[in-house]
Design a protein around this ligand. Structure first.
Ligand code: GTP
Length: 309
């Protein structure tokens, strides 16, 4: 999953298509230059030719800074650079009056296919991320949630690793909508997720579970460590002022329920436990974290709304 905003993902997807189009043209031009004995562009034999072409200018720009940690993106660099190195060598061979070796020409021809493959793989990753991202908040939607939890559960089972689930619900969110309107409410949801993300580690995941309810998955984390993390994010959120579209500064608190992902149960039951613990946090007065206890499941069987405190 690419952890960058939806708008940026969409823009990267169209930049990649443009980059491929540009490179197909450049590739054809190099072959035309060699076959027809034309003068080549000096930039194509420069040591940093891969940074001078239009693809290179885009690839090494600030725009792409936060894509650099992704494998598919870095793999493109290798293929792209290699393609330019072969082109430069072929052009120098022609300048020196030498014939181009068949293997070198074949490598150049297949380099475009390899770059195309890398670009397509990056595009697939982007499509996948867009498909799995909640438009409003940038959190993951529920599409891949159960599958991700089952994968995590297999790790808990095989590697004896702990994983903690945190169900987080914004307190009195209806009041935010009623006071400021739905658009500000939307902004508050997105802002809250940004604050949460800042506290989470890169491998933690946040899913939008329902309207103002989020499921956070904390891998390699037992319930005590999970408590520390979620308490930090609860306090950070309570201290944060969320500036919204219409300029209104809004503050929110959250109630959080914690449960370990149990390797011997259906993942849905572990989610229920975190949910019951979150309800206990609401009933306990909100703006707090509760760890799951078996008695909470019994209480949850009696349908009731969280009481006001
Ligand atoms: N703006 C906005 N509001 C949403 C969205 N999804 C759900 N909500 C609102 O979230 C509110 C949830 O209200 P309740 O379930 O009564 O809970 P609450 O007011 O947060 O109170 P507690 O959870 O008991 O602390 C409702 O008013 C929903 O309309 C959304 O995507 N955008």
């Amino acid at each position: 999953m690419l952890s960058i905003g939806r708008e940026q993902l969409q823009s990267v997807a169209s930049q990649l298509k443009q980059a491929l189009y540009n490179h197909e043209h450049w590739h054809k031009d190099i072959i035309r230059t060699i076959v027809c004995g034309l003068n080549h562009d000096q930039r194509d034999v420069a040591p940093d030719a891969h940074k001078l072409c239009r693809f290179g200018q885009w690839y090494y720009s600030d725009v792409t800074e936060n894509l650099r940690e992704h494998q598919a993106f870095t793999a493109m660099e290798f293929e792209h650079k290699r393609m330019h190195q072969i082109a430069a060598h072929m052009l120098q061979e022609v300048d020196a009056g030498h014939a181009i070796e068949v293997t070198e020409y074949d490598n150049f021809a297949s380099a475009l296919d390899r770059l195309r493959l890398e670009l397509m793989s990056m595009n697939r990753e982007i499509d996948e991320s867009l498909y799995r991202t909640d438009t409003l908040t940038g959190a993951e939607n529920r599409t891949g949630m159960l599958a991700a939890l089952r994968e995590m559960q297999a790790l808990v089972f095989r590697m004896s690793q702990s994983c903690t689930l945190a169900m987080l619900d914004i307190d009195h969110f209806k009041n935010v909508n009623d006071t400021y309107g739905h658009i500000v409410g939307d902004d508050v949801l997105a802002g809250s997720v940004r604050v949460i993300r800042d506290i989470l580690r890169p491998y933690d995941r946040i899913f939008r579970f329902g309207g103002e309810e989020f499921l956070i998955v904390l891998p390699y984390t037992n319930i005590e460590a999970g408590w520390d993390i979620t308490e930090r994010l609860r306090r950070k959120l309570a201290d944060s002022v969320l500036t919204t579209v219409n300029g209104a500064d809004v503050k929110v608190t959250v109630s959080i329920g914690l449960a370990e992902l149990d390797a011997s149960l259906n993942v849905e039951l572990s989610i229920d436990r975190a949910d019951h613990a979150m309800f206990a946090a609401k009933n306990g007065g909100r703006n707090r974290t509760c760890k799951w206890e078996a008695s909470m499941d019994l209480e949850a069987e009696i349908p009731k709304h969280p009481v006001e405190k």
